[in-house]
Design a protein around this ligand. Structure first.
Ligand code: FES
Ligand SMILES: [Fe+2]
Length: 423
């Protein structure tokens, strides 16, 4: 029997009275002025996830991250002591971008003992200290120790590397993440090192794509052809609802129920799913995760049968954990008021054999299919919102997290303006 912990009375939205139930304006997703404010009020103030520690396997491993919304390029590196550090990717001599390969706007990764500027050859250690100045005697009282790389606040939680571009972050990373997210600590993210990566340029505001993944009202309609038709018709008729929503500060969580694809009526499965033992959300054979007890933060409402938890970390990062023992991350990096770069990563316990690998590949291509369907309506929505023919829209109870995202964006921008625009 499904035990779904719906609130005893009333709806989800009414449990968060600060959200209200009124019509919602999407001006925040079409206004260049609002985006200009978001860049400083949000992306230069919040902790931003830029990757995982597995991307920096040894001292000298580094990667760069272009954060256009925050007008920043940063280099993240593991120093000689094993500590993860972040720096602005700018040479202290005359401002050249320090780390890049063939194209200066493209991100790169690698391993080195020191960073050397391509322009006049200044060098910097892994701790950011300037170590070599070409023809140093030609300068005027130049002391190298005053010309190290400019550090960026950087901290790690559960293997996720976060940076903060404020001069002084308003909160430490654990305080920013808050109890709902940090209660996930202890989940075996570190054992899931087989990664599949997608990146897409999307012609829509970053919040519109986040909205597409934080309600399931659309699922039986938009993904109707992806799921077996009997299944999607049944879901449509039943009015599928997620069993649990939770809001903690600027962050959001939705839990949804799960189905075991292999227990479905065989005619509701696809032949490829039976062959690859993978489909309708991931490989069928659960890996050994090597943990006795899952952290309390996982499936916090005790949904049974549980399918997934989608943790939406403010502002632009999602960790989606599947009951089957793997996880996804999404990042939404704004590049203008009506464009953003989407990144999707799938993480699995490494394959032990070809069958495992095929199951993971199947999950990865299925994910891409879903994401393309989810992305498909975005440019159509963006263009029509920009027509301003309609200004305000009704959101239902299942869209409570969309309502919350737009309110948090407005609150952060409002607070920033109130405090004299960061003066
Ligand atoms: S700009 Fe980097 S060495 Fe001159
Ligand atoms: Fe979807």
């Amino acid at each position: 029997m499904a035990r779904w912990p719906k609130p005893a009375e009333g709806s989800w939205t009414e449990h968060y009275p600060e959200l209200g139930t009124g019509l919602v304006s999407y001006e925040d997703s079409i206004s260049p002025d609002f985006y200009a404010l978001e860049r400083d009020a949000i992306f230069r103030r919040a902790w931003l996830n830029v990757g995982r520690v597995e991307q920096l396997p040894r001292s000298g491993s580094y990667f760069t991250k272009e954060i256009e919304a925050a007008r920043a390029s940063i280099v993240v590196v593991r120093d000689n002591d094993g500590q993860v550090r972040a720096f602005h990717n700018i040479c202290r001599h005359r401002g050249n971008k320090l780390v890049w390969n063939d194209f200066p706007r493209e991100e790169t990764a690698g391993s080195c003992r020191q960073f050397t500027c391509k322009y006049h050859g200044w060098r910097y250690g892994l701790d950011g200290a300037a170590t070599f100045v070409q023809q140093e005697g030609e300068f005027f009282n130049l002391d190298k120790k005053d010309f190290g790389l400019v550090p960026v606040h950087c901290d790690v939680w559960s293997g996720f590397i976060f940076v903060n571009l404020a001069k002084e972050p308003e909160q430490s990373l654990p305080d920013f993440l808050g109890p709902m997210v940090t209660a996930l600590g202890g989940y075996p993210f570190d054992t899931m090192t087989e990664r599949f990566y997608y990146r897409a340029e999307v012609g829509a505001n970053w919040k519109l794509f986040m909205d597409a993944f934080q309600e399931f009202y659309h699922a039986p309609i938009l993904h109707a052809r992806q799921t077996p038709s009997k299944f999607s018709t049944a879901a449509q008729q039943a009015g599928f609802e997620a069993p649990h929503y939770r809001i903690d500060g600027p962050h959001r969580l939705v839990s949804t129920a799960g189905i075991k694809a292999w227990e479905l009526d065989p005619e509701m499965r696809k032949p490829m799913e039976d062959i690859t033992r993978s489909g309708l959300f991931g490989p069928w054979d659960e890996p050994d995760l090597g943990v006795e007890k899952m952290p309390a933060g996982l499936n916090p409402a005790g949904c049974e049968p549980w399918g997934l938890d989608s943790f939406n970390l403010w502002p632009n990062f999602v960790i989606l954990i599947w009951a089957g023992g793997w996880y996804l991350t999404y990042h939404y990096w704004p590049t203008s008021h009506n464009t953003h770069t989407f990144e999707g990563n799938l993480y699995f316990v490494p394959s032990r054999n070809a069958r495992d690998r095929v199951a993971r590949e199947m999950a990865a291509v299925t994910f891409k299919e879903y994401a393309l369907q989810d992305a498909n309506t975005l440019e159509a929505t963006q263009s029509m919102l920009e027509s301003r023919a309609v200004a305000e829209f009704p959101l239902n109870d299942q869209e409570v997290l969309c309502r919350h995202l737009h309110k948090v964006a407005a609150d952060w921008v409002g607070e920033y303006q109130h405090n004299g625009a960061g003066a």
